[in-house]
Design a protein around this ligand. Structure first.
Ligand SMILES: C[S@@+](CC[C@H](N)C(=O)[O-])C[C@H]1O[C@@H](n2cnc3c(N)ncnc32)[C@H](O)[C@@H]1O
Length: 275
């Protein structure tokens, strides 16, 4: 493809969620504050994943669910992985991912991108995966237990989950509704469930994983408000790997103690004999 055809192709897409450099052309990211956000997310959960594997994903097979334009699949390729399979419910994103990988000259046998619903697609047709990228997706679905079980069937070791969270206290799934016309959102279901951090841990443990929640220490929170508050976290879940190598990065999965206000109300109820 000549450069003008590449520029035309880049601009034919309704929205880019990432700023890629494609043969000297930058994809027009819809929200420029997200350039920093994605860099910070990489330092937050992708670098610890690399650390767990001694600095390289050499020889690893990756499943990237809700892969969008292939940003995280590309990080995996650049970290040396053997193969990545990315799936997204929107054909536009699969087309973007293929354009990115073709333009970057990634060998054809190192990747496949497919359009499909993660709940319907047979991942096993692409073999077993050492690592699953489950980024930016858990809060756009409403069957998180089913999906975790499905992941565990094809995953031999690690799942990294990066998700918006409900800030309710305890292991809860909070019901929300979201429009389907935003290409970052759910594809097939308007009702979605936001998990609390304890719910994420319980769901992963139920499928046989050890779970560590990572504490964010962004150097710049521009475009990343939810990470700065308690509204988003990343979790590294392992079937085999020893997560203790990352213990200095761990956040607390314990329930936060009740606030003074809640304890005060509790005391009043007790005095009244209601509790
Ligand atoms: C917020 S984006 C996250 C993109 C990327 N994983 C990241 O974290 O930067 C969510 C992606 O999941 C896709 N998606 C949502 N529900 C899906 C489903 N049921 N099956 C496949 N893809 C889905 C959307 O099309 C969108 O590209």
């Amino acid at each position: 493809m000549d450069n003008q055809a590449l520029i035309d192709k880049i601009h034919s897409f309704e929205r880019w969620h990432y700023q890629f450099e494609l043969n000297g052309n930058l994809t027009p990211i819809a929200d420029p504050t997200r350039v920093n956000r994605h860099l910070q997310r990489k330092a937050y959960f992708f670098d610890p994943l690399l650390k767990l594997y001694g600095g390289s994903l050499k020889g690893k097979r990756i499943l990237d669910i809700g892969c969008n334009a292939g940003f995280w699949s590309l990080q995996a390729i650049e970290a040396g992985c053997e193969y990545v399979f990315g799936i997204d419910g929107r054909q536009m994103h699969v087309d973007q991912a293929n354009l990115v990988f073709e333009t970057k000259g990634i060998e054809n046998d190192r990747y496949t991108f497919a359009q499909g619903d993660i709940f319907e697609y047979d991942f096993a047709q692409h073999g077993e995966f050492d690592i699953v990228f489950y980024f930016g997706l858990m809060y756009h679905i409403n069957k998180p237990v089913v999906l975790m079980e499905k992941i565990a069937e094809v995953n031999s070791d690690i799942v990294v989950i990066d998700t918006d969270l409900s800030t309710l206290k305890g292991p809860f799934l909070e019901i929300h509704h979201e429009p389907l016309d935003d290409p970052r959102n759910a594809v097939f279901n308007t009702m979605v469930l936001w998990p609390t951090k304890q719910a994420v841990a319980a769901i992963a443990r139920q499928s046989g994983y050890d779970v560590m929640m990572l504490e964010p220490k962004f150097t710049d929170y521009t475009g990343s408000d939810a990470f700065q508050a308690d509204g988003r976290r990343a979790f590294i879940c392992a079937k085999k790997s020893d997560l203790s190598a990352l213990s200095d990065l761990a956040g607390s999965l314990e329930e936060d103690p009740p606030s003074r206000f809640v304890r005060g109300i509790d005391r009043v109820f007790r005095k009244l004999g209601v509790r």
